[in-house]
Design a binder for this molecule. Structure first.
Ligand code: FE
Length: 183
């Protein structure tokens, strides 16, 4: 067997050589990592208002790759705009629950959801839910449509960055505050 294959995934507990850090520079053009100790923020002001009773909290705004990772928070039962995804979306439900009008499942806390490219759906938070928080990685764009699929509007990483800039400037954090999330 190839030794390197055998070495791939073992956990070294004692071997001192295993604890030697990689000793070369990271690639010159690599972006810095992002570490956010409290993804669900302790500071309420980090939530960016998006609509009445709807907020998002930026985690990674990838201007270079055209996607964004954020928490979506909804604090009232209601229907979120019908939308189409040209590219995949990954979701992880942290709190509460929600569902899509177009499907018969309910996403509850702890659930992972994959939304396939091409999907058009309408997110509903039911009346027994006081708050839902879900982490979404959205690639490309959310395209808002009417029930026949006629385009009404869109969001992409750049409109998200814009909303963050305006919000963080308006509360005194400065419009540059958003830059820590941009890669
Ligand atoms: Fe969606």
């Amino acid at each position: 067997m190839d030794d390197r294959a055998a070495n791939r995934a073992k956990l070294d507990e004692d071997d001192a050589s295993a604890r030697i850090p990689y000793r070369h520079p990271q690639p010159q053009d690599a972006f810095p990592e992002i570490v956010i100790p409290h993804a669900v923020p302790e500071d309420e002001r980090l939530w960016v208002p998006q609509a009445k009773n709807v907020w998002f909290r930026p985690l990674c705004l990838s201007a270079s790759r055209g996607y964004w990772v954020n928490l979506l928070r909804v604090r009232k039962a209601g229907v979120l705009s019908r939308h189409r995804h040209p590219q995949p979306v990954h979701g992880y439900v942290i709190k509460g629950s929600w569902r899509y009008l177009e499907h018969d499942w309910v996403a509850t806390a702890g659930a992972y959801v994959y939304e396939a490219p091409g999907e058009t759906h309408t997110l509903v938070v039911d009346s027994d839910v006081t708050e839902m928080i879900t982490m979404f990685q959205v690639n490309g764009a959310m395209i808002y449509v009417d029930p026949d699929g006629v385009v009404q509007g869109y969001e992409d990483v750049f409109t998200k960055i814009d909303l963050c800039r305006k919000h963080y400037a308006s509360i005194g954090f400065g419009e540059n505050f958003v830059e820590q999330f941009i890669r």
